[in-house]
Design a protein around this ligand. Structure first.
Ligand SMILES: [Zn+2]
Length: 178
């Protein structure tokens, strides 16, 4: 199962001007969504199912109490990657760094996607006019996820994987159920 946590309420930049009360209410709603996601992952874990979570690196969402039970599952790690490594580009055609947190109980999938930028190229700023561009999952990223899953399946994780099972979407909480 692949999940993108909705990052809006956790983003510091996006909410600099919001009223504190409204922001807290929004965050309460998101906490409920995180709790539901965690409950689903825990249930699926009992059935030997695996997961991959994605959210911007450094946002508060990773520190929420609702996610803690996930981090207590066997083999779960949170690692940092950068979307520029998968060809994510902004409106001016340059790479977007977009540092991203990846959390999974599948180490080979993390090996494939959690690749931090080596700084060997130019970036555009990942702000304002680039918000839509930054939400895209590139084909190269999708391929990396599939390759990671294939590496897991050759390591005795029973899995049926095909490229069509990962359908990139630019919005919505649940990307795809494997
Ligand atoms: Zn880069």
């Amino acid at each position: 199962m692949v999940w993108e946590i909705r990052c809006g309420p956790w983003s510091r930049i996006q909410h600099l001007n919001d009223n504190a009360e409204e922001l807290e209410e929004l965050r309460q709603q998101r906490r409920l969504a995180l709790r539901e996601m965690t409950d689903t992952i825990l249930e699926l874990n009992k059935l030997d199912c695996h997961f991959l979570l994605e959210n911007p690196w450094g946002t508060d969402s990773w520190e929420q109490d609702e996610l803690k039970p996930i981090f207590q599952l066997d083999g779960v790690q949170l690692r940092k990657g950068s979307m520029c490594n998968f060809g994510l580009r902004g409106k001016d055609g340059l790479l977007l760094r977009k540092d991203t947190g990846w959390c999974s109980d599948l180490p080979r999938v993390l090996d494939a996607v959690a690749l931090p930028c080596n700084g060997a190229h130019q970036h555009e700023l990942c702000l304002g006019g680039n918000a839509k561009h930054a939400q895209i999952y590139t084909k190269k990223l999708c391929r990396a996820v599939i390759d990671g899953l294939k590496a897991e399946s050759s390591n005795n994780v029973a899995m049926s994987v095909s490229a069509s099972m990962w359908r990139p979407m630019t919005s919505g909480l649940l990307h795809e159920v494997l």
